[in-house]
Write a protein that binds this ligand. Structure first.
Ligand code: BTN
Length: 286
């Protein structure tokens, strides 16, 4: 049984058993025991497999789970990405986690939490893996133009009231080349591929939750401004000429920041600032 869970055990005839190596498992008790958070991680659910941690967190939210509940899985059978895409979720290598929050904020401010989780992921990559990543509006995290982490935030609300928000976070930590699907819509990478070193998933997760807790409590007290400032610092397209593709057409301008609702502020050549609510941005090659 222990061997099936990944524990390496040496058996010596006369001496009995010796534990040689423990697996890189994400056990709820271990995750909880090292945490020193105010709101995040009051309850931690960790599973070997689930369909999608976001879907499970939503079910728990509907049953009344506490604010700060964290759902982690070693593997997702139907990991979800944005725009109905699949999120590749092989076992034993990456982080797939969802955090349930119950902020008392207006519904239209919920997207602000996406930027908060992006900042926490990028800063954790720097702190734990010594890897510099940057944020790409609206919610990608890239290293050298390749995606290392994706965020999928979902909300359960009625007209004026948020019941809960799910912050879904996937980070490619120890994934190797062969574990990426043959066909991807975008270039992707992992910490292992970038640094040549594998990451302890428990250490990464705890550092991330700790940082998220800090920024979330600050957000509840001070609002979006501190998060917005941090995000703008991590965005390497700030003050750059970009093209925004919005399906129907495209728009060119200079990125001048985020607004209070998380829209991208794009200054056009005539000086007018447009709010971009959705679309794909890329730098204009001069
Ligand atoms: C994207 O398309 O960039 C978003 C990917 C989000 C993936 C994470 S993994 C944990 C959580 N559970 C899911 O099913 N999706 C998110």
């Amino acid at each position: 049984m222990l061997r099936e869970l990944g524990f390496e055990i040496e058996a010596k005839h006369s001496l009995g058993y010796r534990l040689v190596a423990t697996p890189d498992l994400l056990l709820s008790s271990e995750i909880e025991s090292g945490l020193n958070c105010q709101l995040i991680g009051q309850s931690v659910v960790s599973l070997a497999e689930t369909d999608s941690t976001n879907a499970l967190a939503r079910r728990l939210g509907e049953e009344g789970a506490l604010e700060g509940t964290v759902v982690v899985a070693d593997r997702q059978s139907t990991g979800r990405g944005r725009l109905g895409r699949r999120w590749e979720s092989p076992p034993g290598v990456n982080l797939y986690c969802s955090i349930l929050l119950r902020p008392e904020i207006p519904v239209q401010q919920a997207p602000q939490l996406t930027f908060l989780s992006a900042v926490a992921v990028v800063e954790t990559l720097q702190e734990v893996c010594h890897l510099s990543a940057d944020v790409k509006w609206p919610n990608d995290i890239l290293v050298g133009g390749a995606k290392i982490s994706g965020l999928l935030n979902e909300m359960n609300a009625e007209t004026e009231q948020i019941h809960f928000v799910i912050l879904g976070v996937g980070v490619n930590l120890n994934m190797t080349d062969t574990q990426f699907p043959d066909v991807l819509n975008y270039p992707a990478t992992s910490v292992l591929l970038e640094t040549g070193e594998s990451v302890d998933r428990l250490i990464f997760l705890q550092a991330f939750l700790q940082r998220l807790d800090l920024y979330y409590t600050e957000f509840l007290e001070e609002g979006f401004s501190p998060v917005r400032r941090r995000w703008e610092k991590l965005c390497n397209m700030m003050n750059m000429q970009v093209e925004v593709n919005q399906g129907g057409g495209s728009l060119r301008g200079t990125v001048v920041g985020l607004d209070a609702e998380g829209a991208l502020r794009l200054q056009l050549d005539n000086g007018q600032v447009e709010r971009i609510l959705a679309g794909d941005i890329r730098p204009v090659k001069i």
